[in-house]
Design a protein around this ligand. Structure first.
Ligand code: MG
Length: 249
């Protein structure tokens, strides 16, 4: 069942989303060559705690950190480590969840570390664009897979592929609620979208094939072909008009 949120619930999610969006914006200045993926996690966790909110990911199914930090061929769920330093030319995806008064917001960005090559930059840009193509259909009356199809069409037109094994999701009291929102598929399928639904829409886009593998740590997903992957996500409210992005500052 897809849970419709009340105005009161959306107000709380808006507060949480503000902090998530702020963190992801500030990370642009934090991320530079030489810092470790753990440094990113420390910034994320401290900022959440300073705002008297809860890092949703920490302890979620045993995940050990406040942020997922995934470098280059890592797709999602990278575990921050002190020993994993970023180098000029890397790309790094950071995924953050914040719980406030029992409600969750969830968002991700992919950042350039120093100067990156043109193809890596294009992957980041197309991934972000695909999110915005998707939410053109995040309107009352559209069908859920209209979002999926718009994301897939955009990335494939640009020569990239949409990961199949992980999907976007409904969000609210739980980080993962119904429905699942794949980043590929035929249009016109699935439930009808209605006002008050809240979704975490999150294209995970690969430079090469969409096949992924999960590493021996049982968390980190990597591209099977070792090519780059990018991630872009916001928590989105369905309204009467344009969708409202709770985590974009
Ligand atoms: Mg998510």
């Amino acid at each position: 069942m897809i849970i419709i949120k009340s105005e009161r619930e959306i107000d709380i999610m808006r507060e949480s989303g503000k902090v998530t969006g702020y963190i992801l914006r500030e990370l642009k200045d934090v991320i530079k060559p030489g810092i470790s993926t753990m440094d990113i996690n420390v910034f994320v966790e401290n900022t959440i705690l300073k705002n008297h909110m809860i890092p949703t990911f920490k302890g979620y199914n045993g995940f050990p950190a406040a942020a997922c930090v995934s470098v280059n061929e890592e797709v999602i769920h990278g575990i921050p480590r002190k020993g994993r330093r970023l180098s000029e030319g890397d790309i790094v995806s950071v995924d953050v969840g914040v719980t406030h008064r029992g409600y969750v917001s969830d968002a991700a960005r992919t950042y350039a570390v120093g100067r990156i090559d043109e193809e890596a930059g294009r992957l980041i840009r197309v991934t972000e664009e695909s999110f915005f193509e998707g939410i053109k259909f995040c309107n009352a009356g559209c069908r859920l897979s209209d979002i999926s199809n718009a994301i897939q069409r955009h990335v494939e037109k640009e020569g990239f592929s949409a990961v199949r094994d992980f999907v976007g999701h409904g969000i609210g009291r739980a980080m993962h609620e119904e429905p699942q929102i794949p980043n590929y598929g035929q249009p016109g399928r699935g439930p009808r979208i209605a006002k008050g639904m809240v979704f975490a829409i999150e294209p995970m886009i690969n430079q090469g094939s969409f096949d992924i593998e999960v590493k021996l740590d049982n968390w980190t997903a990597v591209t099977a072909d070792g090519k780059l992957s990018a991630h872009y996500e916001n928590t989105v409210v369905v309204t009467d008009g344009e969708p409202e992005l709770l985590t974009l500052q």
